[in-house]
Design a protein around this ligand. Sequence first.
Ligand code: MN
Length: 731
Amino acid sequence: MRQFELVEKVKSYDPKADEDAINRAYVFALKAHGSQTRASGDPYFSHPVEVAGLLTRYRLDTNTIVTALLHDVVEDTPVTLDEIEKVFGPQVARLVDGVTKLSRLEHLSDRAKQAENFRKLVLAMSEDIRVLLVKLADRLHNMRTLKHVRDPEKRRRIAAETLDIYAPLAERIGMEEVKQELETIAFAEMHPDAYQSIVARLGFLRSQGETLIEQIIGDLKRMMSEGGIKAEVSGREKTPYSIWRKMRAKDASFEQFSDIMAFRVIVESVEECYRALGIVHGAFHVVPGRFKDYISTPKPNGYRSLHTGVIVPPNQRIEIQIRTREMHNVAEYGVAAHWSYKQGEDAGREGRQYRWLRSLLEILEQAADPQEFLEHTRLEMFQDQVFCFTPKGDLITLPRGATPVDFAYAVHSQVGDSCVGAKINGRIMPLRTQLRNGDQVEIITAKGHTPSPTWERFVVTGRARARIRRFINLKQREQFLDLGRSMVAKALRQEGVDPSDKVVEPAVKPLKQASLEDLYVVVGKGDIGARDVVLAAFPELKAPSRAHAVAPLTRLRRRAAAATDGAGSGEAGARAEPAARNALPIRGLIPGMAIHFAGCCHPLPGDRIIGIVTTGKGVTIHTADCQTLESFAATPERFVDVDWEYDGPGRQSHVGRIHVVTANEQGALANLTNVIAKHDGNINNLKIINRQADFFEMAIDLEVSDLGHLSNIIAALRASPSVTTVERARS
Ligand code: MN
């Protein structure tokens, strides 16, 4: 291409183009490259001119064309960026600088170094997408002349890089034609045998069915015009690379691969798109699963079209794309198609085109290892996903919004089940944290730990949710089973019967349960009363006059009286039997049963505790000496022997309540809060109950780890001069 041809081309789509600037750039580059030659033996200068020529196809502005002409001078000649800025202004200088940075990484063969530089590349692109457009045109021309490069190793590297980076980039911004050409050339270089055989086969099919493409085009045209639709119809073979990729993905041989023709129907309106689709589907057999509506749901790069697959006689599968002219331009020219609208009004649409670039940047900013980038470039094509890494560097792909728990389950369900914490990029973070691109996630596990039901609220993957649910159901059943068995045992003892599965067995059928286990479970759930089970097992107990009824009653009373000393309350005595057998660790209860800590007595680890079962509401934990327990004395089967599964102060906090009376003097409240803070207590709530001229009376709710912790705080407060009295609140 000559100087005047280039200027004319630009002028043809942009009459206001700066002709002078293009001419100056042409001459500047010509002088700078001087006698340099390309691998082909051509003058080097032919390259930037061809690149500029390629970009005129996309109707790009003067600065882009000028940048294309100058894109190699800084890298390959003594010309400096300063000189370019002086002659062509800061914007061109910035664009040339961007392209130069990208070009530099092509000289690096080391993958990691390349990746690191690509980070800069993307940064440059994000500033101005024109840098990317020039780079893609540069790469396209270099690929077109790749055959002249003598070193086969270098050719392969350039081809691999093109497939890894540039073809996906071209696709991502919607430059379909550029993508296809890059892929075809790179594929031929990387897999010459496969390429040759596909091309040969295509040639054969072409010789057989040359008329077929023409014939189908003719059929489609006729059908459209009969349907009153003005349509432009074209047909083509698929590219060798896309055929090869499908062959690999589907493990199909080329012989079996019949779907090698694609047709395009371009109509005038969206409404006509759907009408044309109706005509096609009415005329041919539809291939199931091939219909895609990218008009109602555009691809992330803005691509819109209808796709369908049909079978035309004689048994030939073809693909048909239906779209409007505008959709077609976007599909073919991508982001460049919007270039002319950039000034002002259509920034929103363009913003959408750029979004993927920004998320790519996000990854690169956060990736610890630049080498990871290559993975990202190919994978970040899906914006609804995040890419995270295990400490070993394995990539874990998750949907957006995923948390470390999702990550843990994605690694292995065992890891998920025993997950207790997570380090994200080396820092311990809450399990509900939403992961971001490039996060390195280390899951902390503990043997024997089990999933927490609360996880269900924030996980986003089906896999994690299913495992957690499954576990909850299983655990819940176990808990209900244990609880039910102990409730039935208690009810039996009230009647003076030694509890065993054997004596309960006869109740299974009358109560319409499938098994003894099921029976215990429904009792645990509270659907059937424990006493109903006893009555079902021993119907004779129902009789109003029971001679033997006296004995158990007496025994029960005697036992309750004997237990009084230990528990300090007669009514609570029924629970003072040896705790071991029915002991239900509270922590063990959590997955299955809702647990409430009673607001009346605020039990803390270290306190002796009693559980009260309330149907449908789970278990309420009281301190063993809580006054409230008296009101449950009439229903001893509701008492559950519980204990803390507790081995020293942990991180989990509990709320304890204290009553404090302090002097009403300056600094008294500050002193109080200081003492509490110094002992790692956290004031959860503070209520002034009584305020006199000389003293305050307060109820303070404190977050503490256990009873010992609270006792320490109480002791410290008692030692404080302004505090009059401190007591643990009992109600
Ligand atoms: Mn170049």
